[in-house]
Design a protein around this ligand. Structure first.
Ligand code: CAA
Length: 286
């Protein structure tokens, strides 16, 4: 496998801009793609803000911030952005048809040697790999929000991922200062198969009147040392995202233990999606 120097990140949302941030901080050239100039500028402004926060906490110097920013170029067209890529990471919304369209375009325009990775939180890696002509060079590279802070990268092998590609992605993740953990493709992988039933159960406690959202979160924060309670975390992730992942688990295993709590469904229907909507289990004024 040739050396990985040029990274293309498709999607500049929360995950995409975080991924671009950590690659640029580690000295990689990053091409970041958004759908419009306005969104590309917004993604870069968020990276700038998060780097400034690290400077003010004295985690990095002004010089390190500038050189990270200099490593990022933004684009609004995929073919141009992937033309010289060694590794492409797709981080667009969790809609299979959208990912299929984008991965097809990436596959047709990226060098044949490039590895294609997806940051999907639950869509099958094997299914996404099958829309490309290189399933052996396709892999899951699942980051966690906030990407600059969270140590884990869940590295997920599709059925045809080659061991050499897995090895390369594990070692790149380490170069980012992360801890890669390998898993095989299965609904929800490890992270969301374990996390989402806990969140769902916390929601059921509220639905059944066992406790208030505040009380449920206090129990898990003070009793289990979780940095955020499960309901605060659900708001942070997005209640629509949690519901989508529970559907993947429920459909994938056909096991009623993954059935989404009716309160979660109702809240998503009402547009109470968590932080991004200003309201979920808790309110977010800013
Ligand atoms: N960029 C850079 N640094 C950041 C940051 C960002 N976007 N966000 C936070 N930080 C830094 C802060 O500067 C701060 O640094 P210091 O420790 O040096 O002071 C540190 O992170 C903690 O931040 P805050 O002090 O602002 O707030 P906090 O102590 O409440 O921590 C948190 C915030 C890191 C988010 C913490 O609450 C936490 O770890 N929560 C759990 C997050 C989690 O579980 N994420 C995974 C979600 S699941 C997922 O992403 C994948 C999926 O598939 C659904």
């Amino acid at each position: 496998m040739s050396e990985i120097k040029n990274i293309t990140v498709i999607g500049g949302g929360t995950m995409g801009n975080g991924i671009a941030h950590v690659f640029a901080m580690s000295g990689y050239h990053v091409d970041l793609v958004e759908t419009s100039r306005e969104l590309a500028d917004k993604a870069l402004a968020i990276i700038d803000k998060n780097l400034t926060r690290m400077v003010s906490k004295e985690k990095i110097s002004e010089g390190e911030k500038s050189s990270a920013l200099e490593k990022i170029r933004t684009h609004i067209d995929i073919p141009g952005a992937v033309a010289h890529a060694d590794l492409v990471i797709e981080a667009v919304p969790e809609i299979f048809e959208l990912k299929k369209k984008i991965l097809g375009l990436v596959d047709r325009n990226a060098p044949l040697t490039a590895i294609l990775a997806t940051n999907t939180s639950s869509i099958s890696i094997t299914k996404l790999a099958s829309v490309t002509s290189r399933p052996d060079k396709f892999i899951g590279m699942h980051f966690f929000n906030p990407v600059p802070v969270m140590k884990l990268v869940e590295v997920i092998n599709g059925l045809k991922t080659s061991p050499e590609v897995t090895k390369t992605i594990m070692s790149i993740s380490e170069r980012l200062g992360k801890v890669p953990v390998e898993a095989n493709d299965s609904p929800g992988f490890v992270s969301n198969r374990v996390l989402m039933p806990m969140i769902n159960e916390a929601i059921c406690c509220v639905y059944e009147g066992v406790a208030t959202p505040e009380a449920v979160d206090q129990v898990m924060k003070l009793g289990m040392a979780h940095p955020m309670g499960p309901l605060r975390l659900a708001d942070f992730i997005g209640l629509d995202v949690c519901l989508d992942i529970l559907h993947v688990l429920y459909d994938g295993f056909k096991d009623p233990k993954y059935r989404p709590c009716p309160l979660l469904v109702k809240m998503v229907d009402a547009g109470k999606l968590g932080d991004k909507a200003g309201e979920g289990f808790f309110e977010y004024k800013n």
